[in-house]
Write a protein that binds this ligand. Structure first.
Ligand code: ZN
Ligand code: ZN
Length: 216
């Protein structure tokens, strides 16, 4: 934190009610400002380009916890800076396209971390019960389907051994309680990108449904 003299904001500014209370009717007040905000204020030379860029696709939500607006401000500033670097390096994405790619990138990263965590748990379980044969896929009832399935990219069917059960059939039978689907529906196919076993037959194409239905 650094101490700075700040002017009382107008009544029309965002969050005015809370902020004006701190000034206690005075025109100015000495306030402790987070260092990152202070750096920003003193290096933007009054032309608030970053705020301007950020405001088009800002992430700021109406929230009541006091640290949350700061988090969203840092998030927006980081995204704007990343986009500026992208342009300086010769990138040609639009602002919106860049944000969409960034969001999918973060979802993929999160999914990778979750997958490696699941793998570690599985290895741990295999080690502690070495008598049971190793399974490559463990179809567990999932409470929700991964959003990675809707991301752009090469979602292509890959043949697999071991006849694991279709993830979508299992999801429909257990979570959606749809009695026309069975928990155990063996398949010889998976999505190469999602790494998820799915039915791929003329009569039942879970592969297509899994990647196109965003309502489930
Ligand atoms: Zn299926
Ligand atoms: Zn896929």
């Amino acid at each position: 934190m650094v101490e700075r003299t700040r002017y009382c904001p107008r009544t029309t500014s965002s969050n005015a009610q809370n902020v004006r209370a701190i000034f206690n009717g005075q025109h100015t007040a000495k306030l402790n400002i987070p260092k990152i905000i202070d750096d920003y204020n003193y290096s933007m030379n009054g032309v608030d380009i970053s705020d301007q860029y950020g405001s088009y696709y800002g992430t700021q939500l109406t929230v009541f916890r006091t640290w949350m607006p700061l988090f969203f401000w840092i998030l927006d500033t980081t995204v704007v800076n990343a986009y500026r670097i992208h342009k300086v390096l010769g990138g040609e994405e639009s602002r919106k396209g860049f944000r969409i790619k960034l969001a999918w990138g973060l979802i993929h990263e999160g999914e990778k971390n979750r997958a490696s965590q699941r793998k570690r748990t599985r290895q741990h379980n295999n080690n502690s019960e070495s008598a049971t044969p190793k399974k490559i896929y463990v179809t567990k009832a999932q409470t929700e389907l991964s959003r990675v399935r809707l991301s752009p990219g090469q979602h292509l069917p890959v043949p697999i051994d071991g006849r694991p059960n279709c993830t979508l059939c299992c999801f429909k039978a257990t979570v959606l309680k749809d009695e026309s689907y069975k928990i155990k529906t063996p398949t010889g196919w998976k999505c190469g990108l999602c790494d998820v076993p799915l039915c791929l037959f003329a009569t039942r194409n879970c592969f297509h449904e899994y990647h196109s239905d965003n309502s489930i």
